[in-house]
Design a protein around this ligand. Structure first.
Ligand SMILES: *Cc1c(COP(=O)(O)O)cnc(C)c1O
Length: 334
């Protein structure tokens, strides 16, 4: 299956006035730190609080008339997007998630009228339940990242970025299953083949990086992270997001939990933005000196659906317990 710029242009038509045109704002602090124009694409301003509405909406709106309903596995935000889109179409949605998904995300999905199933402690277990529902109830499964319509929907962010700023030199894209990075890189490189697209994820459980190094999809151990939306594997049967990320990403960088913690404080105290740990990996990579920027740069603030109690504790500089490990806290500026 091939995916092209034309698919992303078609997705843009489908998404018009429901999940498009988020603000692109400058970060003066990050510009001062890096010596380059630094822009934030505010996908946290989407109606469901995350960019995943784009892919989910594109996929659900493209389903044939008479579809019984939809199902998916999700780390939270894709489920929220699918639930929102299914409600718009008036069809059933069953969202399967692991126990690692924060309660705030589970509640958000239920509030949209979807059914929620909590199954096991990994994305793989959630996916197995979702596939069972396809067999049993005739629902259509919508992959969070390995679906051409989902990737095309996420790719519309790349179109908007390059239309607003044709001079962009580097895009910093949070990376998990790779639907976002694949779509954005496809759009951006179709418009400007010289643009640099960097995928960034957390140190532990970097499934796409491990898979690209191995030459095929591999499983990695899933551990709790401040960037919970970046958890999960890429699927052993991955058809699309794996080859696209392998071919289109210039490099994949990893950041630690401490670096994510600090970058969340930076985004809040300097730019006054409340966002998930997953959003700040691009900032974290710059602040820790893992990237040298060579021109105007944009990163995607992918979502805001975080546990506010956890957020308050990070902003106060408290230690955070993540499973068996503790992320050492520090008050901002101390
Ligand atoms: C899903 C998600 C990502 C990663 O997107 P992929 O397409 O899985 O790589 C990043 N940030 C947030 C907030 C997400 O929900």
């Amino acid at each position: 299956m091939r995916l092209a710029l034309s698919d992303i242009l078609a997705a843009r038509q489908t998404l018009r006035s429901t999940a498009d045109a988020t603000p692109l704002v400058p970060s003066p602090f990050m510009a001062a730190q890096t010596g380059q124009d630094f822009l934030l694409k505010l996908e946290n301003m989407q109606p469901i609080g995350a960019f995943k509405l784009r892919g989910a909406m594109n996929a659900v709106m493209s389903l044939p008339e008479g579809t019984a309903g939809v199902t998916c596995c999700s780390t939270g935000n894709h489920g929220r997007g699918v639930a929102f889109a299914a409600a718009r179409r008036g069809i059933r949605a069953v969202i399967c998630m692991s126990e690692l998904v924060p309660q705030a995300k589970v509640d958000g999905i239920k509030a949209l009228g979807a059914e929620v199933r909590i199954c096991g402690t990994s994305q793989d277990e959630a996916l197995a339940e979702s596939l069972r529902l396809v067999e049993q109830d005739g629902l259509v499964e919508i992959s969070p990242f390995d679906d051409p319509l989902v990737i095309a929907g996420q790719g519309t962010i790349g179109l908007e970025l390059l239309e607003a700023r044709p001079d962009l030199d580097t895009l910093l894209v949070p990376l998990s299953g790779g639907g976002l990075a694949a779509g954005v890189a496809l759009a951006a490189k179709a418009i400007n083949p010289d643009i640099r697209v960097i995928g960034i994820t957390m140190e532990h459980g970097a499934a796409m990086k491990a898979s690209i190094e191995a030459g095929h999809p591999v499983e990695v151990e899933e551990v709790p992270s401040l960037a919970d939306s970046l958890g999960g594997g890429i699927g052993m049967q991955n058809r699309l997001s794996f080859p696209l990320c392998r071919d289109l990403l210039d490099v994949i960088l990893l950041v630690s939990e401490e670096e994510i913690y600090h970058a969340m404080q930076v985004l809040f105290y300097e730019d006054r933005i409340v966002a998930e740990g997953a959003c700040v990996v691009g900032l974290a990579a710059c602040l820790s000196g893992k990237i040298t920027l060579t021109g105007p740069t944009a990163t995607i603030i992918t979502g805001r659906n975080l546990d506010m109690q956890m957020f308050h504790r990070i902003m106060a500089g408290e230690d955070i317990q993540l499973g068996d490990t503790i992320v050492k806290g520090k008050p901002y500026g101390a």
